[in-house]
Design a binder for this molecule. Structure first.
Ligand code: FMN
Length: 350
């Protein structure tokens, strides 16, 4: 089974969430025995289709252009059993590089018009590869993929040729979300299922698409991140090279960021309430209620806490940003923790 995985994100350097999702999908496919080649379109020269129809007339099946698409990628596309189109969602559809690639597959069609049920189409010159569509988006709602999904099913859905559509919203949040490892593991499972069963099970799809948090918390965490980039006059790429989460500017923000980093796999089937009482520059209290279904941030003092942390706000802001290790800071006496301290170890993906 030959798979061609096409990644159209313009971002390199570990920045791309399309790449973050595509890598485990490819790994799962390889584990299931597929031979997979990944192509990054940002490294290729692909001109736009000229619309000359020479590939339908003078040189049937052969494009008049001599770029990476005609010379390298179209032959690979034709030879593949499955093609994964992995694209960031731009303006609610595939991005321009991916669209240019797809338009350049025109030589696979013959010019004649044929009626197929209530649709007019073109006969194929040869059978195209089966399709997997993978897309990531900034917004969290599933509906952001509706237009892409409609188009994908219309263009690739004939004769069982569309094996799977994998859509991950709130993808920028994957960096700091405690659910990242679970979502990437599910994506790897999807890769295995596509090769072995030719579809992705509803259970695996639900794990891939699980909400990172509520849309409201996502918006606040996202706004903290954007505001800190604006305040620091820096770019997303350089902030992400430094690795840490944005610095919380208030007790409320700190609670939201911790809730976002909550990893339910680390809590297991336990539940508990983690209370923070901050002194220092930003004095105040907040608490997190946690169980296997999620983590909810609250402001104030809980009626009953399983673990209580007392210390300077600045120390915990540093811990969230990865500037201090939480365990080391506790041992160094920079804050105090009383009760079940395992409740402090339920954040992040490590
Ligand atoms: C030009 C542009 C258009 C975008 N359009 C949308 C959009 O319509 N809906 C959405 O939810 N996100 C949109 N986004 C956000 C991207 O989908 C998101 O940042 C994604 O993680 C980018 O994928 P990448 O990291 O692989 O490049 C857009 C981003 C850019 C740069």
């Amino acid at each position: 089974m030959k798979v061609l995985a096409i990644n159209s994100s313009p971002r390199g350097g570990g920045q791309s969430k399309t790449e973050m999702m595509l890598a485990p999908l490819v790994k799962g496919m390889q584990d299931a025995g597929a031979e997979v080649e990944t192509v990054n379109l940002r490294q290729k020269k692909i001109n736009h289709c000229l619309g000359c129809f020479t590939c339908w007339t003078k040189t049937p099946g052969v494009c008049v252009q001599k770029d990476d698409m005609a010379l390298e990628l179209f032959p690979k596309w034709l030879a593949a059993d499955i093609v994964v189109y992995a694209t960031p969602l731009y303006h609610f559809t595939v991005n321009a590089d991916m669209k240019a690639f797809i338009e350049r597959t025109l030589p696979v069609l013959q010019p004649y018009l044929v009626r197929e049920g209530d649709r007019t189409g073109h006969p194929l010159r040869s059978r195209p590869p089966a399709t997997v569509m993978l897309s990531v988006a900034g917004f969290p709602e599933d509906t952001v993929f509706d237009a892409l999904s409609y188009w994908t099913r219309f263009v690739f859905g004939k004769d069982g040729g569309l094996l799977a559509e994998i859509y991950r919203g709130a993808a920028e949040g994957l960096i700091h979300s405690g659910k990242r490892s679970a979502i990437l593991a599910a994506t790897e499972q999807a890769g295995r299922e596509i090769i072995l069963q030719k579809h992705v099970s509803p259970e695996t799809m639900a794990r891939i698409r699980q909400p990172l948090t509520t849309p409201e918390t996502l918006a606040s965490a996202g706004n903290i991140m954007w505001q800190s980039l604006i305040d620091d006059g820096t770019t997303m790429a350089s902030a992400s090279r430094q690795g840490g989460a944005p610095r919380p500017a208030s007790v409320e923000m700190l609670a939201e960021l911790l809730a976002f980093a909550f990893n339910p796999l680390k809590l297991g089937d336990k539940q508990g309430t983690l209370q923070f009482n901050f002194n220092g520059e930003k004095a105040g209290s907040c608490y997190l209620t946690m169980d296997s279904s999620g983590c909810v941030p609250h402001i104030g003092i809980a009626s009953k806490a399983d673990c209580t942390i007392d210390g300077p706000f600045e120390v915990w802001a540093d811990i969230i940003q990865g500037k201090q290790d939480g365990g080391q800071a506790l041992m160094d006496g920079k804050y105090r923790a009383n009760g079940d301290i395992t409740l402090m170890m339920v954040f992040g993906n490590d």
